[in-house]
Write a protein that binds this ligand. Structure first.
Ligand SMILES: [Zn+2]
Length: 206
């Protein structure tokens, strides 16, 4: 594991950067997205793989049917704020509002869902963690960032992700405007590499 993640794990023991288990954990941020999310769901279904979708309240509000489909197909749903604002220098009431608004939208679509929250851009502070504790949410980051939102070739994404992924890794992908035209190429290629390597996939511990 990279030294910086080891370091963050010591300073922020309540934050999940990876899981102490034998599986790998796919996470998809920023959806639901009308083009990217259905493609991802299809590729996962074809391989009988489940993942975790960190949804934005503003998108879940627009596409409640996709929220229901994600859940109906056995995937886990987490909260990724309402508006994807950088919360680092926002006050507690702003953050509470972002989380609770999104929680309500997700509950209206699928009912009970996971306690997991992923801060936009992965930016968080002690204030963030104190609000999360108050709202009984758990902060989830990642140890493997695919950079799928900016790397264009399958090879570049694969070179970044595959050699660094370990048992217990949490991998970050996106279903948003920046990935919607390419995800049908890089995601299945990566999934098949992991399957060939004998990895199994799990959602985050319930
Ligand atoms: Zn995001």
């Amino acid at each position: 594991m990279r030294w910086d993640i080891q370091f963050f794990k010591i300073i922020f023991p309540s934050v999940l950067f990876n899981i102490n288990d034998e599986s790998i954990h796919l996470t998809f941020d920023d959806g639901p997205h009308p083009l990217a999310t259905p493609v991802i769901l299809q590729k996962l279904k074809e391989r009988n793989i489940r993942g975790t979708f960190f949804l934005l309240g503003q998108n879940a509000q627009k596409y409640p049917d996709l929220v229901r489909q994600i859940s109906a197909e056995g995937h886990q749903i987490g909260n990724h704020s309402y508006s994807h604002t950088n919360i680092l220098f926002k006050d507690k009431s702003f953050l509470r509002d972002e989380i609770l608004r999104t929680k309500e939208i997700l509950e209206n679509a699928v009912g009970e869902h996971s306690p997991y929250f992923r801060p936009p851009y992965g930016y968080f502070s002690w204030t963030t963690l104190s609000v999360l504790r108050e709202l009984k949410k758990e902060c989830v980051l990642w140890d493997i960032d695919s950079k799928d939102y900016k790397l264009s070739s399958i090879q570049d994404i694969s070179n970044r992700v595959v050699p660094n992924t370990r048992k217990g890794s949490i991998l970050l992908f996106h279903d948003n405007n920046s990935t919607s035209s390419r995800v049908q190429d890089y995601l299945p290629a990566l999934l098949d590499v992991f399957l060939a390597k004998g990895f199994n996939f799990k959602t985050l511990p319930a």
